[in-house]
Design a protein around this ligand. Sequence first.
Ligand code: DTR
Ligand code: CA
Ligand code: ZN
Ligand code: ZN
Length: 433
Amino acid sequence: MNLFRRAAVGAATLAIGGLLATAAPSSAAPSPTLAAPDIPLANVKAHLTQFQSIASANGGNRAHGRPGYKASIDYVKGKLDAAGFTTSVQQFTSGGATGYNLVADWPGGDPNKVLMAGAHLDSVSSGPGINDNGSGSAGVLETALAVSRAQLKPTKHLRFAWWGAEELGMVGSRHYVNNLPTTERAKVSGYLNFDMIGSPNAGYFVYDDDPTIEKTFKDYYAGLNVPTEIETEGDGRSDHAPFKNVGIPVGGLFSGAERAKTSAQAQKWGGTAGQAFDRCYHSSCDTTSNINDTALDRNSDAIAHAVWQLGTDTPVPPGDSYENTTDVTIPDNGAAVTSTVNVTGRTGNAPAALKVDVDIRHTWRGDVVVDLLAPDGTAYRLKNSSSSDSADNVIATYTVDASSETANGAWKLRVQDVAAQDTGYINSWKLTF
Ligand code: DTR
Ligand code: CA
Ligand code: ZN
Ligand code: ZN
């Protein structure tokens, strides 16, 4: 008997952080995870035009301590106040000048689960800073305005932020995190950072700090057939760093700065090999003409996708899921291990779309082979090994046609590391009928 069936593996979708859905706040049932709306590029560019005008009217820049920065804060705040956000301006001092963070809360959602998205609003003093970082500021602003237009009711509480004095060393975001009480920090389920998302010779880089957030962005770009790379130069170089330093999951997008695009990157992304992703980085030519519309549009849409997806936990109907959260070490290049969930109290067979949420922490996940074993021993392949998949962790949701299997019984997740070096463990897995 063919004990080995290829699972009808649906596209791996996201287990949002491996978190079980919490009870919806009594005030309002959460809207289901809806697809985010398209973020109109024209709207994002209109904000850039405003930032350009502000710089032109204020000495050519929007730098910390200069009038152009406060004018930028006032512009963004005005848009958010008109859209129904609860805004606050946090002051701090740096280099003898007053700096400002703008924080905008979208009313509603679980106050104990806060999803944040942010961008630094300041430029360097040498130019208007339209790509660095008007682009991130405008993409986050337009996403917030889209939340308002949709009157979104996410499970989580949404908070957006525009930071001051990033160019002086993430001063504004560090001030915010350092002054956030520990109890408030614990409520922040994730911080998404967007610093330079419209570089003229664009690359598509995804932060690889938190696997769940990373997967959210990578899934989005996979849906566009746009290859992405892990962002490798940014550790500590933007406003996600203060959040990461206190243990808050972070992620984000980046289109490149002073480094030159390689020919391999030009092959997959277009643009010019041997040329910097942004030749006007920190220069006076970082104006509205220093923007790649396609990159700005795609990245703005990706921000909205992440806010919509990570902002709403998909409720799992109680009683339909069976989970094992006991860690099981996977021997390096060794024998397979299993983790069992005992399904009882059900009638008939398993469904044609049996949901398998997997959370395996393992460096170089290409080493790992994953199967679902039905109670009668039939194996369904969920994930093959790969000599090229060097990314970490398997946090994914698979769909298996298990309609020929009885529902009740001992279901097992079988995991084997089939290549030397790199190790890991089964963190948890869950069956949902
Ligand atoms: N530090 C940012 C630019 C920057 C350079 N590398 C990265 C990587 C990830 C985010 C941002 C950056 C600035 O000049 O504002
Ligand atoms: Ca768009
Ligand atoms: Zn900069
Ligand atoms: Zn920047």
